[in-house]
Design a protein around this ligand. Sequence first.
Ligand code: EPZ
Length: 421
Amino acid sequence: MDKLIVEGGVPLRGAVEVSGSKNSLLPILAATLLTRERCVLKNAPDLRDTVSMLKLLRYLGVAYEFKDHTISLRPNGLERYEAPYKLVATMRASFCVLGPLLARYRKARVSLPGGCIIGVRPVDLHLKGLSKLGAGIQIKEGYVIAEARRLRGAHIYLGGSFGSSVLATGNVMMAATLASGTTVIENAACEPEVVDLARFLMKMGAKIKGEGSPYLEITGVKELHGAEYEVIPDRIEAATLIMAAGVTRGEVLVKKARAEHMMAVLEKLQDAGMNFKIMRDAVLVKKTSRRFKPTDVVTLPYPGFPTDVQAQFMTLMSVSDGISVITEKIYPDRFMHVAELNRMGAQVKREGPYAVVHGIRCLSGAPVMASDLRASAALVLAGLVARGKTEVSRIYHLDRGYERLEEKLKALGAKIERVKE
Ligand code: EPZ
């Protein structure tokens, strides 16, 4: 296993480019199962999760080539409708092959994804939506078995106790593209990644209205054809890079960062005292001399403050000049980074879905352990600003969702090295 060694205290300077969006690419890869024709996906990030999904697709019957951030896919003759545990368990997002397999083969057998460190991660909304489309759903031996002689359009309310669901919206939307009649999804997720999936499906010939709003309307078609598509830049990586520049008091041009996808984050960073200039296809982070102001945050479904930026924001608040309250409304247990930040001298107290952060002047470098993708990023940010050396172990978590992050940061002047554990 690899670890990252970070020497803190260097203000980042220069320009960096954001990679394509992981959370856009993964459901779009699943959507290629809806056609027997060739698809080409551009701006695909080279990540562990990308490879995991491609392995699953190959098992299901899709041959692929992945070169220079472009993936070309076409059927390989196999027509399997079962996604086995060993492939789904490695990455929860694999569960979004359920909708496409059901729509294509009228049956599917997909392993339940199981939970992960940030929470239980139920799939009840996925199953509710698909059964409303006419699928019979059984849970047997850890697998979801879905069958439908015919999928019929339906009016589906897809809100759960934590609000809308990104991948449940994706699963149901993909299945509805080949159902007979019209499907309405109320309380659909509005994330830019859901919009990207809808736009890819429309390029394949799907009929969809309302993407980006809580009210989606999908009119079923007979079949979908192949398509070429470029996925959007990764707004979570963009936010992470902007915050790396801010926390080190540097000056960085974050290219391909789309401000319109990050308004809630940019507003909170502005409240905390960061200076940046929003440009057409970039965000320029300007040097700030002041410490961050304490700023409260509540994570919410898009367009609210994203849960995937909560851990990184906590790092910034841990060196602010006051007390901030961070409320995690999407995954109330998503606080594995608290103990690790406190090992670096941070003063964070967790109370259920709340974390109270008492800002301190300076974190101290220490050996810390990554627990999940975004917590890893928060620990790297902490290492960039801490006094001394920080060793972040188990960074295979980081590699799931950040493409060569240490190289991007090193190119901005950070003292950061990847070494074998
Ligand atoms: C997507 O996961 C993202 N993953 C997550 O990013 C992100 O944190 C999450 O959306 C929320 O924005 C991908 O897109 C691959 P949800 P998803 O269904 O779709 C509850 C990362 O770091 N829920 O929107 O699985 C759920 O427990 C990852 O890149 C149900 O109750 O999340 C949560 O509390 C981590 N029943 C809330 O809804 C369901 O059937 C939102 O989850 C489904 C979800």
